[in-house]
Design a protein around this ligand. Structure first.
Ligand code: AMP
Ligand code: MG
Length: 435
């Protein structure tokens, strides 16, 4: 085992998390645009400025249930001295009246109904003597008990969105509110940056597909599923290409199934074991990037580009990320590298995972000068967050990832963080909503 405080020869050859991210992101480009239904666009980024072809609301309309009238007819009106107006019509939301309000008249109006011609204000029911009059049957006359101000209770046409203006600029992330805005403009589709298709290949002779019996000496392939779930959670489209055996031919065949994808993720086979052939295949199929990142878990990591094809069949380079095989390492390295790559491809600009400060309840020892990401349970206690570890931190203990809602980060130059220390925590579930 390599020990030492960040000064060892091995650590000098490592690159920092940030450097690895930068290198990877410099090879990742924003995808082209696509037209999708407004609901499906949730979480995607608007590709073009969106101008409104209509006013919203389209017509001046009433903000209240009440009476549309001319304000000057009501000057000096009060509860004891109501002004009497003749009721000439009733108009509900969705209908328009062809009657015109002239001095001495009013039209009964419901919220959202267009303001009739001639009216300049709406007095709500509560400020009339309607309830005292209503004994069933239509009302032919109404007493107005307040002096109305011109324009009161009228929502103006174009008040929300005025025709021709940019409602949502290019680069806007579509959230539920934006889906609603698109619908209010009458649009059923939106032009957004495409979601990346991410091909996923698990490597290992020991792997068996889920749903199959488990022969002695084998384990189930969990990485393809946790990685596919992460891809989907962050807005990408996972395409799981199954298991490749630890031999060149099998891996090359599996990878070939993903050459039209926007990114390839492999898991396993990137450390220096006898069967680590990912590097070799990658070198043959494209270029090799970095291998060792100063982080724990997740030190062995591959990055490269493989020669792929685009939709028209023209050749292009596809970024390839080779995650470590250990189930926890593959998830943590996904968060640090694959996630920002997916977000960038989708046109997002904030690529950082949200972090908070918390008070540590346990002890974390950093033995070899790497940045340590420790699985933890974060709780709010009073006005602060506390972090306690999930238990054993072996990178094969996937259930600890399931228990965790955050990763406590211990920097490279901190040898130990004990109970009571203030630590930074990467929140695993906090990016939902602004995806
Ligand atoms: P490797 O990086 O290929 O040396 O794998 C490291 C560890 O992760 C080994 O114990 C593997 O059995 C395990 N492992 C590799 N790939 C997977 C996978 N797809 N699902 C579950 N465990 C895996
Ligand atoms: Mg392996």
């Amino acid at each position: 085992m390599k020990k030492g405080r960040g000064m060892s020869k091995e650590n000098n050859q490592m690159i920092s998390v940030e450097e690895a991210q930068e290198r990877l992101l410099s090879h990742v480009t924003v995808l082209g645009k696509e037209e999708v239904t407004i609901l499906d666009s949730l979480g995607q980024v608007l590709a073009e400025d969106l101008r409104s072809a209509i006013d919203v609301p389209p017509l001046d309309n009433s903000a209240m249930d009440g009476y549309a009238l001319q304000a000057r007819d009501t000057s000096g009106a009060s509860g004891v001295l109501p002004r009497l107006l003749r009721v000439i019509d009733t108009v509900a939301a969705g209908s328009i009246t062809d009657r015109e309000v002239v001095p001495g008249t009013a039209i009964r109006i419901m919220t959202g109904a267009p303001i009739p011609k001639g009216a300049d204000s709406v007095v709500r029911f509560e400020d009339t003597d309607e309830t005292a009059r209503q004994r069933g049957g239509p009302i032919s006359e109404i007493g107005i008990c307040v002096a109305a101000k011109q324009g009161q209770n009228i929502r103006l046409a174009g008040e929300d969105i005025s025709k021709g203006t940019v409602v949502l600029p290019a680069g806007t992330i579509i959230r539920p509110a934006e889906v609603g805005v698109l619908a209010s403009l009458g649009m059923n589709t939106a032009s957004v940056i495409a979601r990346p298709v991410v091909a996923i290949v698990a490597t290992g002779n020991e792997l068996v597909e889920v749903g199959q019996p488990l022969p002695k000496g084998k384990i189930y392939n969990s990485n393809s599923y946790s990685v596919a779930a992460l891809v989907r959670r962050h807005g990408g489209i996972p395409r799981a290409l199954g298991i490749a055996l630890d031999n060149k031919d099998s891996l090359v065949t599996a990878i070939r199934g993903g050459l039209d994808a926007d990114m390839l993720i492999t898991s396993g086979g990137v450390s220096v074991g006898d069967y680590d052939i990912v590097k070799e295949v990658l070198a043959q199929e494209g270029e090799i990037g970095f291998w060792t990142v100063r982080m724990k878990p997740g030190k062995p990591l591959a990055f490269g580009q493989i020669k792929g094809v685009d939709k028209s069949g023209a050749s292009r380079n596809i970024p390839h990320l080779g995650l470590p095989g250990n189930p926890v390492s593959s998830m943590v390295t996904f968060e640090m590298f694959a996630r920002p790559a997916i977000l960038k491809m989708m046109g997002k600009r904030n690529l950082a995972k949200p972090t908070i400060e918390a008070i540590l309840e346990d002890r974390i020892v950093n033995t070899d000068g790497r940045r340590v990401f420790t699985r933890a349970i974060i709780e709010k206690r009073g006005n602060r967050y506390v972090a306690r570890l999930t238990g054993p931190q072996g990178s094969g203990v996937l259930t600890s990832m399931s228990l965790a809602n955050g990763l406590v980060i211990v920097p490279e130059d901190v040898a130990e963080a004990g109970p009571g220390a203030t630590v930074r925590v990467m929140m695993l579930d906090w990016d939902e909503g602004v995806i």
